[in-house]
Design a protein around this ligand. Structure first.
Ligand SMILES: NC(=O)c1ccc[n+]([C@@H]2O[C@H](COP(=O)([O-])OP(=O)(O)OC[C@H]3O[C@@H](n4cnc5c(N)ncnc54)[C@H](O)[C@@H]3O)[C@@H](O)[C@H]2O)c1
Length: 331
């Protein structure tokens, strides 16, 4: 199988490529990645000799057409992904997430290639603090931020290309991921690397917002399960029943790193901050027999902290710039 992985030099994509090289003999991987600030060749270092990395833009129609023509399947991770950046400048989000997905769809339509489109639960907006309500594939789209609006737009394009042109595509909407190789602008690695560099961790508002955490390896095992057995045209929600409010996650990180529960600063909340996300992944578990393996957040976070401790060479050079950017925004 010749597999094209867009965005394979980013957090989830790189972990997906590592897993594929490790576990899928006979799959040859081509990564298409623009190597934006969020992508890095180093994240693919351990598998560099076993894959092909093409540096390029997913919105470049002729490049995407050529790569798709040489592939049997595409997994589409490439996107601009940070909500705070989208609030500051939404333009790259429209180009990469909407125009980029359009260019992938046109190429898979022309060459009749299987597509799996990777998306987020943020397309559904947010939920009340009521444990009986969770997102399902029937939840209406109601995105809150420029990031989630562009991901929702991309999902709707995929659905329309399935219905109108019979494109063989599946979609997954996953909850918040954590694990190795995540950019340090994101909540969990930002706090870990703040502590490792002698800075105080930063919490938006009171920290009551709830996220449904999943280890990146569980997300990627689900993507492979969908590639293997997913039904064309279906949407699968991926989640591991990992709901925690941001304050609890912050205090767990502090505890695991030997700090007191109050050794952090509150910073102004993100505008339009979604209250709560929670995934009902019953369909994926029931129909495709998938189950997550890393359901103990304390254990998963301890491993992740260990990874950031051991790999300061990977994130260290970024730290000053990321914190300067947050400081400019007062966060
Ligand atoms: N991180 C999460 O918690 C999460 C949860 C659910 C879904 N997702 C989705 O998973 C996918 C991957 O997320 P991530 O956290 O790994 O993101 P990331 O920001 O770490 O990586 C994105 C990658 O895409 C590349 N990219 C961006 N624009 C591109 C373009 N125009 N052309 C080619 N490459 C481009 C970047 O260089 C980077 O390597 C995204 O589609 C995101 O919406 C993420």
């Amino acid at each position: 199988m010749r597999l094209l992985v867009t965005g394979g030099a980013g957090f989830i994509g790189a972990n997906f490529v590592h897993r594929t090289v490790r576990e899928r003999v006979g799959v040859s991987v081509t990564v298409l990645d623009a190597l934006t600030y969020a992508g890095s060749r180093e994240s693919l270092g351990p598998v560099a000799d076993e894959i092909r990395l093409v540096e390029g833009d997913v919105a470049d129609e002729s490049l995407v057409d050529r790569l798709v023509a040489e592939s049997d399947a595409v997994v589409h991770f490439a996107a601009e992904t940070h909500v705070d950046n989208a609030l500051a400048d939404p333009a790259p989000f429209v180009r990469s997430n909407v125009v980029g997905t359009f260019s992938v769809l046109e190429a898979v339509r022309r060459h009749r290639v299987r597509l799996h489109h990777v998306s987020t639960d943020e397309v559904y907006g947010d939920l009340p603090f009521d444990p009986t309500v969770r997102f399902t594939a029937q939840t209406p789209y109601n995105p809150s931020s420029p990031y989630s609006a562009t991901k929702a737009s991309a999902d709707l394009l995929v659905r329309a290309w399935v219905r109108s042109y019979g494109v063989h595509a599946t979609i997954s909407n996953c909850s918040n991921n954590y694990g190795p190789y995540q950019h340090i602008e994101k909540f969990i690695p930002r706090q870990i690397t703040n502590i490792l560099t002698g800075r105080r961790p930063k919490l938006y508002g009171a920290g009551a917002n709830v996220r449904d955490w999943i280890h990146v390896d569980d997300h990627n095992s689900a993507v492979w399960r969908i590639l293997d057995a997913g039904v064309a045209g279906s949407t699968y929600l991926i989640g591991a029943d990992g709901e925690h409010d941001n304050l609890s996650v912050m205090q767990l990180i502090l505890q695991l790193m030997g700090r007191g529960p109050d050794e952090f600063d509150h910073v102004p909340d993100r505008p339009g901050h979604d209250r709560r996300y929670a995934i009902d992944s019953g369909m994926l578990r029931g129909e495709l027999g998938w189950a997550p393996k890393h359901t103990d957040l304390t254990e998963g976070l301890a491993d992740t902290i260990q990874w950031y401790r051991a790999n300061q060479w990977w994130w260290g050079p970024l730290k000053e710039r990321v914190e300067a950017c947050y400081a400019e925004r007062g966060q």
